[in-house]
Design a protein around this ligand. Structure first.
Ligand code: C2E
Ligand code: MG
Ligand code: MG
Length: 731
């Protein structure tokens, strides 16, 4: 063995302390000569002249070796031995004695002497005995060290096992638990003692019992054993450790067989002893996985299925319908004026409304139907069971009716409508994407013809869509080929008969259709956002046509231009306008921006701020088509508006309905009260003129005075007016 091969000195060096001796003898010469001899090898040698002194020294410090005479005054060697034994002092005693009667020897051995020498003795023999004793001491010391290391390591492992977040267990041959660590309480809510001695199957979730039979009780070892298998373990329902949790805990199991090892360290596999396993709690991961799948297929706000799930279901429904030859229905739903509500009440309230809308719609459908939210205020409904057009219509009517009752947002009554487009499989399309697109197209048809209603897809819509596309590409060409043109409609002061301003109106000199009015193309320009380029063109054109002309400049007339929502939405819209005005040296007070009432309301916050910037710079703002939208009078008070333009439809009502006339009167009264300018549009006859003049309204626009005219014609009119004025002044 390793220990015996190492030199003695080396071994004693390895002892923590240097070796210490105590020589006890009343014979001074014998004692001193022995001490001197010992000191040649081991420097630490103390002396005692009798038993009493020896005991005193032993109590004071530790000696590895005591060489003890037996016959001494005061206290004998036997008494010293007895003391050492009684006090369990760790030391080795070699006895030197004049007497070696068997009784004396026996007594000394009984009292723990390591060896006995009869005086006179050979020092060599004594040294040999000393070395043997030290050898033994060393072995014991080493053993103690190993033992302490083992104990430490055992403690460490136990600590690790007990404090592991995983459940660690050992099963015996019969599959019963013989060990479980502390985690069992946290994970399953059981005490350790609840499991010890019980068969593992009692704790496996019922649905996993079969799987567990092979896995839990794993006999294989190392790489062949089970790795990360998922199972469910039963939890203790009565335990307070897991109060709100499910009745089973999902775990991931690693287990392997335990085999006996023979004491000679042979590599041969011994007999099967049981199973060792580690079960990791994966409930958090499982929850996260569930959430991820849920999120992938649901709209988190309304908890409705999302587009992905709808497509899955629609795909499935189409396959089924292909087999059975039955029809299925897809409806595209879009809320009307939702953006307005979002902008006026904020997104939190907008979200709340969407949730309530989803709830009402859902209440109207059958369990097999899928109502999905595609995003924003768009929903889609799939009726997978064979449904006739009439049935689809009644569903659409029910959906519309369900939203007709008011919603209460922040204590206010709010009404919301929905536009529904319906497409039928396989009539309208056999392809999933086209079917959705067709329903969408039908929905747009509802929107463009007045909102709140439903319509079925039909091939005519396709033509309309194709036309839209051709308008879009035509407009791009128009910009490039210089096909756009500005017309100007004068605004008259009926008291002085003078033109006080002009409204710039866009025309498209279409290569096929001739001069086209904006109603044909503006909406499409807005949708495709070409409007931004168009507006830039308009601004430059008006600047050059009018403000680049001396006659117009001298006339002190105002010019107003129409802008779209997309223009205002541009981040640096006010700055751009200011820059163009600067570039052409346009006095801000001579430029008015017209914004339709609807547009104003759809983006009220952003709009107000930007228009305020322009108003502060001296530009005027007109609210166009007043009366056609939803602006309340209250809003007008807060907005930076200088001019209200009453829509043509109201003016045309003046003669035909008392109500219409009353409304116009009310609008004019209100505008005057708020100190705003008012311009009625579309004044076509003298009756209307008189009615308006009687209401003290004197600035007007309409065919009665002039149609929109080309730049050349307008400038002619401007010159004529100036000449008339000067001849009047001269007269
Ligand atoms: P709007 O701004 O309300 O312009 C007034 C419309 O009423 C003009 O139609 C004008 O020709 C028409 N009108 C004027 N007097 C009468 C009348 O006595 N009777 C009738 N029946 N109509 C009259 P227009 O030029 O076809 O423009 C239609 C709309 O297109 C405009 O309505 C405006 O919203 C938009 N628009 C026109 N030019 C532009 C433009 O440069 N940019 C943008 N974004 N929109 C424009
Ligand atoms: Mg206008
Ligand atoms: Mg108008």
């Amino acid at each position: 063995m390793e220990i015996s091969l190492i030199s003695f000195e080396e071994k004693s060096r390895r002892l923590d302390k240097p070796v210490s001796f105590l020589v006890v003898d009343d014979d001074l010469r014998a004692r001193e000569s022995l001490a001197t001899l010992l000191q040649t090898k081991w420097p630490d040698v103390s002396q005692a002249e009798d038993g009493e002194e020896a005991i005193t020294l032993i109590q004071q410090r530790q000696f590895n070796l005591i060489i003890l005479d037996l016959n001494m005054p005061k206290k004998s060697g036997d008494q010293v031995l007895a003391f050492i034994k009684e006090k369990k002092i760790p030391t080795t005693v070699i006895v030197l004695s004049g007497e070696t009667s068997i009784n004396k020897v026996n007594e000394a051995i009984r009292l723990g002497a390591y060896e006995i020498f009869k005086k006179p003795y050979s020092f060599d023999e004594l040294e040999h005995a000393i070395r043997n004793a030290l050898d033994k001491l060393l072995i014991e010391e080493e053993k103690a060290q190993i033992q302490s290391r083992l104990e430490h390591s055992e403690k460490l492992h136990r600590y690790m096992v007990d404090n592991s977040p995983d459940l660690i267990y050992i099963l015996n041959l019969a599959g019963e638990f013989t060990f479980v660590n502390n985690s069992v309480t946290r994970l399953l809510g059981f005490k350790k003692s609840d499991l010890i001695g019980k068969h593992f199957s009692e704790f496996i979730a019922d649905e996993d019992n079969l799987k567990a039979e092979y896995l839990f009780n794993e006999r294989r070892r190392a790489s062949r054993s089970n790795r990360t298998v998922e199972l469910g373990l039963k939890c203790n329902a009565a335990s307070s450790a897991k109060p709100f949790e499910a009745t089973t805990c999902p775990i991931e199991l690693n287990s392997m067989g335990i085999y006996s090892v023979d004491s000679k360290g042979s590599k041969k596999v011994g007999t099967y002893q049981g199973t060792y396993g580690v079960a990791r709690d994966i409930s958090r991961r499982k929850k996260a996985e569930k959430l991820i799948t849920y999120q992938a297929y649901h709209d988190l706000l309304t908890k409705l299925p999302n587009r992905a799930m709808l497509r899955d279901r629609l795909d499935l429904a189409i396959k089924q319908s292909e087999r059975t030859g039955e029809t299925l229905i897809v409806m595209f739903l879009d809320l009307d004026r939702f953006k307005l509500i979002n902008d006026s009440f904020g997104h939190v309230v907008g979200d709340q409304l969407l949730v309530e809308v989803a709830g009402r719609l859902k209440a109207e459908i059958r369990t097999g139907d899928t109502l999905a939210r595609l995003g924003g205020d768009e929903f889609m409904l799939l009726l997978p069971q064979p449904t006739s057009r009439a049935q689809a219509e009644s569903v659409a009517q029910k959906l519309i009716a369900s939203l007709q009752q008011p919603f209460y947002l922040r204590g206010k009554e709010v009404y919301i409508n929905v536009s529904i487009g319906i497409a039928v499989f396989p009539v309208d399309s056999k392809d999933i994407n086209t079917l959705i697109k067709n329903a969408d197209m039908a929905m747009y048809e509802v929107k463009s013809t007045g909102k709140n209603g439903y319509t079925f897809y039909n091939a005519k819509l396709e033509h309309a869509a194709a036309e839209k596309i051709s308008i879009e590409s035509g407009l791009r060409k128009a910009l490039k080929n210089d096909e756009l043109e500005m017309y100007y409609q004068p605004q008259i002061n009926t008291k002085t008969r003078q033109i006080v301003g002009v409204e710039a109106l866009l025309r498209w000199n279409h290569p096929q259709f001739g001069l086209v009015e904006p109603n044909y193309f503006i909406e499409q320009a807005e949708e495709s956002r070409i409007i931004e380029q168009i507006s830039e063109w308009v601004l430059n054109r008006v600047a050059i046509d009018l403000f680049g002309n001396k006659d117009f400049l001298d006339s002190r007339m105002k010019a107003s231009i129409n802008l779209s929502a997309a223009d205002i939405r541009q981040k640096d819209f006010p700055e751009n306008l200011v820059a163009i005005a600067g570039k052409y040296d346009i006095e801000p007070s001579r430029l008015e921006i017209e914004i339709t009432e609807n547009m104003f309301m759809s983006d009220i916050q952003a709009c107000t701020h930007k228009l305020q910037v322009l108003s502060n710079k001296g530009f005027s703002i007109a609210i166009d088509d007043f009366g056609t939208g939803y602006a309340s009078l209250n809003y007008l008070r807060e907005l930076p508006v200088h001019t209200v333009k009453i829509d043509y439809s109201y003016i045309s009502e003046i003669e035909h309905s008392k109500k219409g006339a009353a409304l116009v009167a009310a609008i004019i009264g209100m505008a005057h009260a708020l100190g705003m300018n008012i311009i009625p549009e579309g004044v076509e006859n003298k009756n209307q003129l008189k009615f308006l003049e009687d209401l003290n309204c004197h600035i007007m626009q309409g065919f009665l005075f002039s149609k929109p005219v080309s730049t050349t014609d307008l400038l002619k009119i401007v010159v004529t007016q100036r000449e008339k004025q000067s001849s009047l002044a001269n007269a």
